[in-house]
Design a protein around this ligand. Sequence first.
Ligand code: PEP
Ligand code: MG
Length: 658
Amino acid sequence: MERSTIVRVHEGLHARPATRFVKLAKAFESDVELVKDGKAVSAKSSVKLMLLAVKENQEVTVRANGADAIEAIEALIGYLENPKAGLDDGEAHAPANDAGKEAAPESQSAPAAPAEANGLRGVAASEGVAIGPAFAHFPPDIAGQGRMLQADEIAGEIDRFRAAVAAVQARMDRALAQDSLSAGDRGIVAALRDIAADDSLTGEAEKAIKGGNDAVSAMITAASTIAADFSAVDDHYLNARADDVHAVGRQICLVLLGQDDVSLENISQGAILIADDIGAWDLARAPLKRIGGVVCGHGGATSHIAIIARSHGIPAVLGLGDRINALRTAQEVALDGNTGQVIIDPDAATCADFAGRVEAAAKERAGLAAFKTVTPKLADGKVIEVAANIGSLEEIEAAQEAGAMGVGLFRTELLFMRHMHLPSEDMQAETYAALAKAFAPYPVIVRTLDIGGDKPIAGIEFPEEENPFLGWRGIRMCLDRPDIFKRQLRALLRAAVHGNIKVMLPMVSDLGEVRQTRVLVDECAAELQAGGVPHATFDLGVMIETPAAVLIAPALAKEVAFFSIGTNDLTQYIMAADRLNPTVAKLNDVTNPAVMSAIELTARAGVAAGIMVGMCGEAAGRPDLIPAFLEMGLTELSMSPASIQRAKKTIMAMAAGE
Ligand code: PEP
Ligand code: MG
């Protein structure tokens, strides 16, 4: 018997909802299949189910055959029609590998540039300088025995294989039982465990063993076959599951071979970790306190590796691509996480230079620690808020440790890029509420989605554009997609109940954009009111990052609660110099008089209207520029957590007339 329905499971049957669906199906004796577009797969295999790529709002049929077919269909249809199915814990949202890897922009501030004479240049992903012995982490490829088994060896080989699978599952269960595992890491391990437990992968391998292959060869072949299926699906989240399948296959092979993967446990104090790619899970459980720096072939400024490195204060240069191979045999490595420079086996002069910089940085850090709890004030008593720029909840701790007086820029892009589908209103509300609670009573300024065709995300179709930086991005895209925008605005209204949430719009170039947003905010508030959902109002501000916004700043100031100057984009648009193009890097200079006068015009308009003027571009953390910005009338500066104490010190020195 069979029954059809429209799938309402939020985000469809991706990893966790698929696994839960399978668990439910397995509770019934009947054979159960799920059918989509004429293709039927067993509902008892999560890999097969994921490969069916069932999305929210698609029609599917549940087919069951057996003694309890009616009950099975009832239960499974009920599951498919429940939007919240599979979303009742922290694991549901975390993809199983480094999602930043496939979705992060190459860099938000420092582009990868060609090799230099004395080394390499990659993405400056976590600031600071480091020099130390190289710790190369390039796990070797695994190979099977390459001989066919005799018939009487097959049963034993299958037993050996099953024991290896059980050992890997048990290891993952142990990891999941650890309290120290963060919610994000837990999601990563849970998804890998699902794959390890799936009959598709192990069944495929057992078939190959029965055909005479040794277990390691069989596992490698099975993983490659299933990974190829994932790679072929037209969905970038599912494509990334191919890496998970390989990762699980590798773990099983290592147990079969009696080997351990090269462990990060042995990294020596201050060593520089060199890897082509390193899973966020591997890095998170590595002895982070001992790691002096990280250099990787993969990754960008917003990848999970970058986030972990930043939140632990580890300098990192990522995204070197194949050039990482030049570091495989390095003895010593120096890196500059501010510029993206990596030097292999530096000469004596470079060593001395880096050692001096590391020492100076350590001394500076120690001296700056006293400013953590300082509330900086100008000579007239005016408090200057020194806040943090962050992009994920994982960075809260680093911001608090630094003494951030709230968040001046929460980039919401990562939230959208990390997942296979657009994040739900509930999930967004939880995230923004967690931020509001963490920093209350200080404000948390959440920037609405600032994304365009240069960093596409699953769930939004971007047109091909000649100039994505001048195209359908930020507030422009959001206003054209009220379904996405209103979900975010509703989540923000809900989160505002929990603290001091403010909201700002990116890429504003026209008054109408603010007015249209207000209409949507009012609509959202009315919807929440009608549904009896607790919510509160928030201050609405704009980023000033286009020349148009500067020129209409006096009019804008009458309609918004605050300005936040985005010097990264403002500089590129004022100077007509692409911020990612190293060839025009010289023009991309915030100190150019054209940019400084745009900042001053903005400040003047904001001060005249009596609204707060802040800055959240990189320039906000520059001690050489802070006095000029404060003289212009800025009262809030938001920056990466690592710059906060230095900025507070600069303000205090200015107030003291130094
Ligand atoms: C800016 O443009 O200055 C800014 C802070 O935004 P982003 O760097 O995210 O574009
Ligand atoms: Mg910007």
